[in-house]
Design a protein around this ligand. Structure first.
Ligand code: GCO
Ligand code: MN
Ligand code: MN
Length: 413
């Protein structure tokens, strides 16, 4: 094989990406409530054991690229776009107005803002640390983000309390820390009501995002379920303003069935925002792009969301692999992630109208012939014995739909 000259590599990748086919137009992509995070596109590939593999990029370039791809919404942490030292000062206002014009120019809207409460040294002991001064600073940061959100036209604020926990035992008193954490959210909701009132805008939807481990060894609110308990604990002044932003991989990481976690959030009326990605059970937060690891599970997740008319954002919270170049982030990583999502979403529609699945599900719900004696376990089991084979047939049919066999994709051997 002949080496591929450096100046021919981008063209090769682009040609093969086009040859893959199956991509949607930017206009089609815009019809879905897809949101692109500043931090995902700007991720340089760095981690504890990894040096960056990509160069830095500005929000102007990210917004422009999202606009071209057809990702209609953008979201950001406060410090993705404003240096910590500039927050709440003149620099912040200047940046906000630059962001607004970038968004306008590229036909992209800001959907969500979030506060970085995990990276800076001030949050070493979490935003709900023992010291009142640290907590006051954290509350101010949350309120400042709410303000930014309103200025940028966002509808959602997300909270990922990644440092709310401990690595060594004994120093953190859990009930106290959770009370302190609630005070921060209470301050943000109060600020929201005030700012929204002044600006004549609806209040934001405040969405909590759980991750079971990493960066702390032990996390105080490790799962979406723990957060549902926290929201209804009585610690929040405005529980009606606070819901969830589950992340697919974060639920998978602790060994859950993400679809079941989402179902519990739906039942509580708290599924407001959804971070979409993929990865592996009981591993660290690899943030692989949607559908690359568990496409069948993803299909099932989207069937659940479609059948419950979920209409919140699908946030592309994944990290383009370190092996993808800066060019590749926008020519391969984002467009293919979006296109897999759309394909799976449309496929979920096919699942919902598939006549075989429908008949099987209806038959299971109808059950077998009624047994006279309601205490007759043997009789009831016998009455359903053959019918229950449909469970496995349903799984097979979903596989067929996933790989296109229901449309005639067969191998003649
Ligand atoms: C992660 C988290 C973050 C959050 C983001 C929004 O995996 O690191 O999911 O990406 O979603 O900080 O608050
Ligand atoms: Mn996330
Ligand atoms: Mn993650």
């Amino acid at each position: 094989m002949k080496p591929i000259p450096i100046n021919k590599q981008q063209a090769l990748v682009d040609r093969l990406a086009n040859a893959c086919g199956g991509s949607y137009s930017p206009d089609t992509r815009r019809k879905y409530f897809l949101t692109g995070p500043q931090w995902a596109a700007a991720y340089e590939g760095q981690a504890l054991f990894h040096a960056p593999t990509r160069s830095p990029i500005t929000f102007e370039k990210v917004i422009e690229a999202y606009g071209k791809i057809g990702i209609g919404h953008w979201c950001t942490h406060d410090t993705d776009v404003i240096a910590t030292d500039d927050l709440g000062k003149e620099g912040q206002e200047k940046t906000i107005s630059k962001i607004k014009s970038s968004l306008k120019k590229n036909g992209v809207a800001c959907s969500m803002v979030t506060t970085e409460t995990f990276h800076h040294a001030v949050f070493a002991a979490s935003p709900a640390a023992e010291s009142p001064q640290i907590r006051q600073y954290a509350s101010w940061r949350l309120c400042n983000t709410v303000q930014m959100g309103h200025q940028l036209g966002a509808s959602y604020a997300v909270y990922w309390p990644g440092t709310l926990g401990y690595s060594v035992q004994g120093a953190v008193e859990e009930t106290e820390t959770l009370r302190w954490y609630a005070e921060g959210l209470n301050a943000a909701c109060r600020a929201d009501i005030e700012i929204a009132g002044k600006m004549g805008r609806p209040t934001l939807k405040h969405c909590m995002e759980a991750k079971p481990f990493e960066p702390q060894a032990e996390i105080l609110l490790p799962t979406s379920d723990a957060m549902l308990g926290f929201i209804s604990s009585g610690l929040l002044e405005h529980p009606e303003m606070v819901g969830l932003n589950p992340e697919y991989l974060h639920e998978l990481m602790w060994g859950a069935a993400p679809r079941a976690a989402l179902a519990r959030a739906l039942l509580c009326g708290k599924l407001w925002h959804f971070d979409i990605n993929d990865g592996y059970r009981l591993k660290h937060d690899v943030d692989i792009a949607v559908g690359l690891v568990n496409p069948l599970d993803w299909l099932n997740v989207l069937v659940l969301l479609r059948s419950h008319e979920y209409n919140g954002p699908f946030n592309l919270d994944y990290k383009p692999p370190r092996t993808t170049s800066r060019h590749g982030v926008f020519s391969v990583s984002f467009p293919t992630a979006v296109d897999r999502f759309i394909t799976l979403w449309e496929m979920a529609g096919e699942v919902m109208t598939d006549s075989i699945l429908k008949e099987a599900v209806d038959a299971l719900k109808a059950g077998g012939p009624r047994v006279k004696d309601h205490r007759d376990a043997e009789g009831i089991a016998a009455s359903h014995k053959e019918l229950l084979t449909l469970h496995e047939l349903i799984a097979h049919r979903l596989f067929q739909i996933l790989i296109g066999q229901h449309r005639g994709r067969i191998y003649s051997l």
